[in-house]
Design a protein around this ligand. Sequence first.
Ligand SMILES: Nc1nc2c(ncn2[C@@H]2O[C@H](COP(=O)(O)OP(=O)(O)OP(=O)(O)O)[C@@H](O)[C@H]2O)c(=O)[nH]1
Length: 225
Amino acid sequence: MGRLKEPNNNIRDMSLQRSPPTNGKHGEVKLVVLGRTAVGKSATVVRFLTRRFIWEYDPTLEFTYRHQVTIDEEPITMEILDTAGQENNIHREGHVRWGDGFLVVYSVNDRQSFVDVGHIKDYLDEIKKHRNVSMVIVANKSDLEHERVVSTEEGEKLATDLACAFFETSACDGDEQIREAFHELYREVRRRKALEGKQRRRSSSQQVKQVINKMLNKINSNHRT
Ligand SMILES: Nc1nc2c(ncn2[C@@H]2O[C@H](COP(=O)(O)OP(=O)(O)OP(=O)(O)O)[C@@H](O)[C@H]2O)c(=O)[nH]1
């Protein structure tokens, strides 16, 4: 996230912890917030963490926050990387490799930011080698109805095409949809990891069966000779 400019630099009062990214443990999830510059990534993260809206940010910096939260009665530690949205930053390989899930933000008054969502998804697929990328789409600045150039229906259709959840939000007006977007992203990561765990167990039990079959075949052929 952009660092809060003076005199609004009160973020420490809200018991947030900025921290270097870690490698992730059980009960921890690493989420990355991506999107074109000025779509409201920092405002969205700050709204989620503090339930407050703060107008001014330094747009060039990035931060990781650690946040304790209970989702579906499960205590979770979220690490949230708020990226800076300059052109080349949405294509930062390190961010993508680090993250378990991606909250991709566009702004309803910026069509190019909407177009970028598809490019970001392609990039995530490329880096994650098409292994079910966990992603949600957030259409921000819904309070700016008079400036809207991307309809809700277009956003919903894109989310259907990309097989991910869709939330229309205003970091300025409220936190319910933003909270739901982060929670749903966590659930999506949890579902994907459970699925991958099952596939791994299935393939390792298949390998054991193959080894046993080979041994039995060898024993049988030794008996015959
Ligand atoms: N009206 C309105 N303004 C918003 C909303 N969210 C963010 N903004 C404003 O949009 C501008 C950009 O917000 P940021 O949160 O800094 O955007 P960002 O995506 O983090 O920007 P970069 O760090 O440059 O990538 C700021 O002036 C915010 O006050 C919103 O929901 N509604």
